[in-house]
Design a binder for this molecule. Structure first.
Ligand SMILES: *[C@@H]1O[C@H](CO)[C@@H](O)[C@H](O)[C@H]1NC(C)=O
Length: 375
């Protein structure tokens, strides 16, 4: 038995062994080449990413040098990085000064930067991770609405709920009456933008560029004729995160809402639904349906977008879009994967859609003072 272990294989077997070896080395060769290629690609962009983070944290060069970070960065720099990763038009600027994105945060007129300095020294003294969280402790979600003064009462209720949930609130005034909102206590905490007779989509395209709102995790782009008595923004957010919904909307209370599509109707006792069934008549929706209006769809009156889906949707919004009819059916492109999973309607937090003739609908701008039918 002992002598058999090292015996050479028969010539036929030897050939087989060689071909196996050749195949294995080819595969591993391809693997290493591929790896080197990707690592290289990644490296070229990495210094800038680090740089941006450092810039964001406002860390000084001295401290960084002490940590040995600067050294690492300049070593791994390459011209390819400069060419490929810097925003177009910034070639003349020193690296590290470029602020690529922004936010909607308002700043005090005489910001001495004292708090900022205090936070920074904490960063250096304490654990970096914990402190950077503290720096980022500011509202990380955005509510944007196109509003007219005639809906003041309803809008105010919505805004109060979102502001108390630490949202940034941006109001687009299509009627130009910005001053009419001043009497409300929250008014100075909202950002007001005014342009006559423009729709929510016009404003969103012009003022919600993904680079400007890069810090907000979720973007609520809502109409003004919604009641939020059964809606809590924080609970809603925790549900969409948990369910992985990239594009969502709260369900509509069918007893009080103007409902256009049965998919959006509130289902009592449910948390979230993604499809609806219509097993008779025309336009059937069953388990085999894979497209709107049966599944993977939200309407345009109260959509909620994740940061990633908004980056896509912003590009989808055409510059001549007015009411965006039909846009809803295209949102699946921006679902970050399977729209049947990533697009859905939240039932446990739901709203009422009043369907008021506000801006430019069939009865556009004829809205007189609002009468809520059930009051
Ligand atoms: C805005 O729209 C209304 C209704 O269509 C119209 O009467 C008004 O003249 C428009 N205003 C401007 C500045 O275009």
């Amino acid at each position: 038995m002992a002598g058999q272990g090292l015996a050479l294989p028969e010539p036929k077997n030897r050939l087989l062994l060689w071909s196996v070896l050749v195949v294995v080395s080819l595969i591993s060769g391809a693997y290493f080449v591929g790896n080197a290629f990707f690592a290289n690609e990644y490296k070229q962009c990495l210094p800038l990413a680090i740089d941006l983070t450092i810039h964001k944290l406002g860390l000084s060069d001295k401290r960084l040098a002490r940590w040995g970070l600067i050294h690492t960065i300049s070593n791994s720099e390459s011209n390819a990085c400069k060419r490929q990763c810097l925003p177009f038009g910034t070639e003349a600027l020193p690296e590290g000064i470029i602020a690529r994105t922004s936010n909607l945060e308002m700043r005090p007129l005489w910001d001495s930067g004292k708090d900022h300095q205090k936070i920074l020294s904490n960063v250096l003294e304490e654990n970096l991770e914990i402190s950077s969280k503290r720096i980022l402790k500011r509202p990380l979600n955005l509510l944007a609405m196109a509003v007219g003064l005639k809906q003041k009462e309803i809008v105010s209720k919505i805004v109060e709920k979102f502001l108390s949930s630490e949202f940034v609130v941006m109001l687009f005034h299509y009627d130009g009456f910005v001053d009419g909102w001043k009497s409300l206590a929250w008014s100075k905490h909202a950002i007001h933008v005014s342009a006559i007779n423009q729709t929510k989509w016009w404003f969103a395209k012009r003022f919600l560029h993904p680079d400007i709102i890069a810090e907000y995790n979720y973007i609520f782009l809502w109409d003004e004729d919604l009641l939020v008595d059964n809606f809590d923004p924080k609970r809603y957010l925790s549900i969409v995160k948990e369910e992985g919904l990239e594009i969502s909307q709260p369900a509509l209370d069918p007893t009080k809402s103007e409902v256009h599509h049965p998919l959006t109707v509130h289902k009592a006792g449910s948390k979230v639904h993604r499809r609806y069934y219509k097993l008779r008549g025309s336009g059937r929706c069953d388990d085999n349906s894979i497209a709107p209006p049966c599944i993977g769809w939200v309407e345009m009156m109260a959509p909620v977008f994740s940061k990633k889906s908004w980056q896509c949707v912003w590009h989808l919004i055409q510059n001549d879009l007015i009411h965006a009819w039909g846009l809803d059916r295209q949102l699946g492109y921006c679902a970050q994967g399977d729209r049947m999973k990533n697009v859905g309607v939240v039932d446990s937090e739901y709203i009422v859609h009043l369907g008021l003739p506000t801006l430019g609908g069939p009865n556009g701008n004829e809205a007189s003072t609002i009468r809520l039918p059930w009051r």
